[in-house]
Design a protein around this ligand. Structure first.
Ligand code: ADP
Ligand code: MG
Length: 269
């Protein structure tokens, strides 16, 4: 799989000249004094309480914090699934709060790739068709769409499983299909909310290896996890508590998932 990633890396680089954090680059994400209230009639939940965060192209950020600290609320906003109650969210230079539903859907499809804890694959649909799905909204010929879908499935090491249905794949393989689906429209950012939450330790590190390889090739990644063992593979950790950012630190000497895998026992897939 690594050899394939190496091959594709050059191709992806060429298509992302903006990545690699050149001087003066536009941040991919700028959150400015973001507040979020959930109105429950009698009570109001103040889920985000003044969040400021800037993420540059090519970063790999792990968002951490205990349950209820606001991680998913923040990710939903980053993913344009929800808007801040106040404050600004600027995505690649565009103030998202000014956009309507249709424009938000277009931005989601074009700029963002999503990976979730529960994979969210269509069960009666093959790996290839699942990955092809997001390309249906793009103006692209069928042949090109299939080629793209195959390419990203190869990138995540599933070139031999194109015609398998989700039920014929392990959890780790299903998550790789979901990653391929997230990548097929060549997003600017990959957003992952607890992507290893349903996976065993070895498979989780394998997923982190894919994330590190993708990030090395220039993809910006924002990952939510409550597991320090998973967060350690990122380049930066941001810790939420009570709807605020409490820590924001670069990770020095982070391990390579590929090295960690050498010392983990194999599990039959
Ligand atoms: P985390 O992902 O860190 O566990 P969340 O962002 O899911 O935290 O939740 C932050 C706070 O907002 C919690 O108090 C939670 O109960 C509340 N909350 C989250 N989503 C909703 C919602 N849709 N409606 C009302 N309250 C919510
Ligand atoms: Mg959550």
């Amino acid at each position: 799989m690594l050899a394939q990633v190496e091959l594709k890396k050059e191709a992806m680089k060429a298509e992302r000249p903006e990545n690699g954090t050149p001087v003066g680059a536009i941040p991919v994400i700028q959150a400015q004094d973001v507040h979020k209230y959930y109105d429950l009639g009698e009570t109001k939940v103040h889920a985000l309480r003044g969040v400021d965060l800037t993420i540059q192209p090519g970063e790999f950020v792990a968002i951490m914090g205990s349950s209820g600290s606001g991680k998913s609320t923040f990710m939903n906003m980053l993913g344009c699934l929800d808007k801040p109650s106040s404050g600004r969210y600027i995505l690649e230079g565009t103030d998202v709060s000014s956009l309507d539903k249709k424009q938000l859907a277009a931005i989601r499809n074009r700029k963002l790739g999503f990976v979730f804890q529960g994979f969210n694959l269509l069960s009666r649909t093959t790996a290839l068709e699942n990955v092809e799905l997001p390309t249906l909204y793009a103006q692209m010929e069928k042949e090109k769409r299939v080629a793209r879908a195959k390419e990203v499935l190869e990138l995540v090491g599933l070139g031999e499983r194109l015609d398998h249905f989700p039920s014929q794949l392990s959890g780790g393989q299903q998550q790789r299909v979901a990653i391929a689906r997230a990548l097929v429209n060549r997003p600017a950012i990959l957003l992952a909310d607890e992507p290893t939450g349903n996976l065993d330790s070895r498979t989780s590190v394998e997923i982190m290896q894919i994330f590190q390889d993708l990030n090395d090739s220039g993809l910006t990644i924002v990952l939510v996890t409550h597991e320090p063992d998973i967060a350690q593979f990122a380049r930066r950790t941001v810790v939420f508590r009570d709807g605020k950012i409490r820590h924001d630190d670069p990770l020095k000497n982070r391990p390579r998932a590929a090295d960690v895998l050498k010392n983990l026992p194999m599990i039959d897939e």
